[in-house]
Design a protein around this ligand. Structure first.
Ligand code: SF4
Length: 274
């Protein structure tokens, strides 16, 4: 959320990544916040966060964790914010309420696109790559539609179709392997260092605060897994399937953690294990 000051360039030009300098801080205004471990305050929908500056930059960007806003650190619009401002609203310079509705549609579509980018090119799933590329092309057309047409997009249907593609990708990548089926498992706070999680199916698993230090997650499917606070220092994540940038940001890694080539190593990860 509203990370980079207005006008500054992003650290990375990774595809489907947020570039706050090209947005109008829509994510700091549109959603409602409920005071929780992720957000220190209640905030109604459509109301600017009190920490948001007139320049669309966050006034506490360097202290988000300490000030009780870790949810802002892990949030990623996958580039939907700049798509709303620059494409849907043609380069508008002021926020307007209709932008928030467009963001609610575009953000999940951009997340699907980020995952399809990986699925379309994954070397372990050459057969399903074309299906992923076909759906990606159709979703890329959807995200260019005007605000009225976006409102008519059935996001749930897109997600279901993408889910079927991801199932095929994972099945192909796991062919001949005997990974554990831990889909949706509650693994909160567990010590998983001795578990063989290679090729495990961890879709939607709750891994909050789990100890994954040094664990090999090669070909483990992590679609939608909650990695908030998970200790992934030294873990091998480079070969994990369907892992996104926000999941990495939410976890605690270090210089020894390997990450997929298409993702950026979170800059706040500690440089090495203590
Ligand atoms: S704390 Fe900063 S990043 Fe979070 S909503 Fe407020 S202005 Fe945006």
């Amino acid at each position: 959320m509203s990370g980079a000051p207005a006008g500054s360039a992003p650290e990375s030009a990774a595809p489907r990544s947020a570039d706050c300098s090209r947005c109008l801080a829509l994510c700091c205004v549109g959603p409602a916040f409920a005071a929780s471990a992720d957000f220190a305050i209640d905030k109604p929908a459509g109301t600017p966060c009190p920490h948001l500056g007139a320049d669309h930059a966050c006034g506490i960007h360097a202290q988000l964790q300490e000030r009780g806003f870790p949810g802002c650190v892990t949030f990623d619009c996958f580039g939907a914010g700049q798509q709303v401002v620059e494409v849907t609203f043609g380069g508008a310079s002021r926020r307007e309420p209709a932008m928030f509705a467009a963001l609610e549609v575009l953000r999940p579509l951009h997340e699907v696109l980020a995952l399809l980018d990986e699925a379309a090119g994954h070397p372990a799933s050459p057969t399903h790559g074309p299906a992923a590329a076909d759906l990606r092309a159709r979703v890329e057309e959807m995200v260019t539609r005007d605000a009225d047409a976006l409102a008519a997009v059935d996001v749930g249907a897109v997600r279901r179709e993408a889910g079927a593609v991801f199932d095929g990708v994972v099945a192909e990548a796991h062919a001949g392997l005997q990974g554990r089926d831990l889909r949706g498992a509650d693994l909160v706070g567990q010590d998983l260092r001795r578990r063989d999680l290679r090729a495990a199916r961890l879709r939607g698993a709750l891994l909050l605060g789990a100890d994954l230090r040094g664990v090999d997650l090669d070909r483990a499917e992590l679609l939608g897994a909650d990695l908030r606070g998970a200790d992934v220092r030294g873990a091998r994540l480079a070969g994990a399937l369907l892992l996104t940038g926000p999941q990495l940001v939410a976890a605690r890694g270090d210089a020894a953690t390997t990450v997929p080539a298409h993702l950026r190593r979170p800059p706040h990860w500690i440089p090495s294990a203590p």
